[in-house]
Write a protein that binds this ligand. Structure first.
Ligand SMILES: C[C@H](O)[C@@H](O)CC(=O)C(=O)O
Ligand SMILES: [Mg+2]
Length: 438
């Protein structure tokens, strides 16, 4: 691994005006402009790594500042130095004696950590000439475990247990790799169900998705019960009784309100209710889970779950029936490895959050690894897919027959087209200049 020292780090504020057409809208985020704090690192031997974290518009400039604040912890380090003790590097970033006061491991500073570490993983995979999922699949269990910080989770998952899970899942690994290369990883779509879409748009997109072979659909709920009943009825009638329907409230309700509201939607047989209440309310989620279990409805969450410590408690409290990892919210692959392993130990399926900008591109690597090397199961498992903004990536996701096909290009699929970055840089890129003149 001869890649030189990391000698430059640039962070860009890249925003897409998705709110203009209500793409991505939900009960709490009514006008999201899908955005990214986009990070480019470069070594003195000319190699580059690209990483990002996802935001929904205003405030992305704060994440960019936070990336800048982490800069001294990264510059001058070689990839070899980082990856030979990745746990230590993760700790340096997340436990800096002064900066940890801004988190620790939560909020803006953790989003910045995610973007930065995603760039490091991209650089590593490029250096090895492999897509990230294959880099992970080829790593031996000991090396994988050495990337994880077990601080604060060892009461739920010890290093030895993690090693044991990974060692057991080595069996038939190659068969699962071949299966994924042939069939891909199952996906569901949220593209039809944004809250701001009219019934006509919902119907049209849903019938197109059915024609493309989608068999699982997520729809946004939570703002108005009558609207939810009408929209869920519409979509259930279109997809029929067998296909999966999921509903997502994006944290709109109080705990008892969530139970009452979802009970009213139970006739549409949702597989899960996602983010029914505050993402920090572990006991609230446990209460909702218990109340909805007799209706056959699970609770899903994770896209705004701060870190592995929160996931640990959700799992310990039986507060989630579906774990939704996010590639850009927590501390990149290092922390997501811990979450995947804990989910496996607690026997809870992982169904990643994706969509946004770049989230599908990145998280596909993690869920492929999860199948091949951790869960070894596809039961009750699928990865979210949203059909927006892929054209801005150098290696966009490939979906075939509602499955993610494994990416083959070296890296994390995180590199954006330079022209897209330039045009969408906020506030001076061409796209924003023309919007502000309107
Ligand atoms: C603001 C985002 O679009 C959010 O609604 C995404 C989400 O909750 C999901 O995809 O799930
Ligand atoms: Mg969601």
């Amino acid at each position: 691994m001869a890649s030189g020292k990391i000698c430059s780090l640039a962070a860009r504020d890249v925003r897409f005006p998705t709110s203009l057409e209500q793409h991505g809208s939900d009960a709490m985020h009514t006008d999201p402009d899908y955005s990214a704090a986009y990070v480019i690192i470069e070594t003195d031997s000319g190699l580059k790594g690209f990483g990002l974290t996802f935001t929904v518009g205003r405030g992305t400039e704060i994440v960019v500042c936070a990336v800048d604040a982490l800069r001294p912890l990264v510059l001058g380090k070689s990839l070899q130095e980082i990856t030979s003790d990745f746990r230590a590097f993760y700790r340096q970033l997340t436990s800096d004696g002064q900066m940890r006061w801004l988190g620790p491991e939560k909020g803006v500073i953790h989003l910045a950590t995610a973007a930065l570490l995603n760039a490091v993983w991209d650089l590593w995979a490029r250096t090895e000439g492999k897509p990230v999922w294959k880099l992970l699949v080829d790593m031996d269990p000991q090396q994988l475990v050495s990337c994880i910080d077990f601080r604060y989770i060892s009461d739920a998952l010890t290093e030895e247990e993690a090693l044991d899970i990974l060692q057991k899942s080595q069996k038939d690994k190659q068969q699962r790799v071949e299966q994924m290369l042939r069939e891909g990883y199952p996906a569901y779509t949220t593209s039809c169900g944004w809250l701001g879409y009219t019934d006509q748009t919902l119907t049209q997109l849903c019938s197109e998705a059915l024609a493309e072979g989608w068999s699982a659909f997520k729809v946004k709920v939570g703002a108005d019960l009558d609207d939810d009943i009408r929209r869920c009825r519409l979509i259930r009638q279109m997809i029929g009784p067998e296909k999966r329907l999921m509903i997502d409230a994006n944290q709109r309700w109080d705990v008892e309100q969530a139970v009452a509201w979802v009970t009213r939607l139970a006739e549409f047989q949702p597989l899960w209710i996602e983010e029914p209440t505050s993402p920090d309310d572990i006991l609230g989620h446990a209460h909702i889970s218990k109340a909805l279990a007799p209706l056959g409805i699970g609770v899903a969450s994770g896209e705004q779950c701060h870190n592995r410590v929160m996931f640990k408690q959700f799992l310990q409290a039986s507060a989630l029936q579906f774990v939704q990892i996010d590639s850009c919210r927590v501390g990149s692959i290092n922390e997501n490895l811990a979450i995947l392993l804990m989910a496996h130990k607690f026997n809870v399926p992982v169904c990643p959050h994706a969509g946004g900008v770049g989230l599908c591109e990145l998280v596909q690597h993690l869920i492929l690894f999860d199948y091949v090397c951790v869960s070894t199961s596809l039961d009750k498992r699928m990865c979210e897919y949203v059909d927006h903004l892929h054209e801005h990536f150098k290696n966009p996701t490939i979906i075939k027959n509602a499955h993610y096909m494994p990416p083959m290009a070296p890296g994390f699929s995180s590199e954006m087209l330079e022209s897209s970055v330039d045009k969408h840089t906020f506030p001076h890129g061409e796209v924003w200049r023309s919007i502000h003149q309107l």
